[in-house]
Design a protein around this ligand. Sequence first.
Ligand code: PMP
Length: 363
Amino acid sequence: MRMIYNFNPGPAVLPRPVLEQAQQELLDYQGRGMSILEMSHRSKEYEAINAEAEARFKRLLNVGDGYRVLFLQGGASTQFAMVPLNFLPPGAVADYLLTGAWAEKAYEEAARIGQVHIAASTREEQYRRIPRADEIRLSAAPAYVHITSNNTIYGTQWHTWPDVGDRPLVADMSSDIMSRQFDARRFALIYAGAQKNLGPAGVTVVLIREDWLERAARAEHVPTMLRYATHVQHNSLYNTPPAFAVYLTNLVLGWIEASGGLAAMEQRNRQKAQVVYDAIDGSGGFYRGHATPDSRSLMNVTFRLPNEALEKQFLREATDARMVGLAGHRSVGGVRASIYNAMSLEGCQALASFMAEFTRRYG
Ligand code: PMP
């Protein structure tokens, strides 16, 4: 098999041991003579997977009984609507911090449903940075405050959470969930499409604080499938869940635990990101990072080269050197190295060496 380094932004690289286990269990799951793909979601095997995935998720984030974990469909994009549908009643205002294209999308979706307020935005600066604390202007009594913890396209990340007092804090953590240690109990709700740090596309994980759900859920008018309460009541088994995606996510969560949990993930991710940022900073200006240094993401490293022709050349030669998925998002251009949990340190070192070598030849 041809080994490659996969820098895709999502769907993205998965841990090799996880893929191997899935392959091994594909035809015969635990002696049942059939694949998990072919089994009822009401089987005791699937129920065990569903329960184990929830337990692992909560254990990794160190949250106790007051939280529930849901495995839903429709991607993070459906969460953009579900959050306001469930938690933004008429007369209330929700605050959004705009730090990138996904944050904008979440905001626009909420604006279709209720009243919204932009508490901060760095759009004017091409989303190169996260707003400073003194730039954030919350509305008088927001129903919740929404942030995007990691901005996949621009390569920025919140390193200090905004102070929202006792207002419910909601985060889209699609591109950095389980990549670092943080106090999850600061959040009323966290959601993440699985396809970057958690598993395959097709499942979206939601962590929700139960007391907030009870206090805020006046959602009788909301369609059944779009109500959090439905999925909480039915343990994410109201309808047929994306069973294989949840199964794989459970394996990834097991891999994170076995690797030392979030402390180990963070340590490794910091080391990995450092290697690539050092290659940018040490290039004498040949590579120019998109994000300002204080806002740099540990997950998506974005940078430009002196011109587009060189960027094309860089991507071509990188592919020849077995490094794929490096093209920047069309709105930023250039190069984006997505280095999620399952990307190895060796992958980042290979990229950094390639960058230095490329500079020697074209710089
Ligand atoms: N939020 C963020 C931060 C993302 O990176 C993405 C996808 N790249 C989304 C939301 C949208 O996720 P989905 O495709 O699962 O709807």
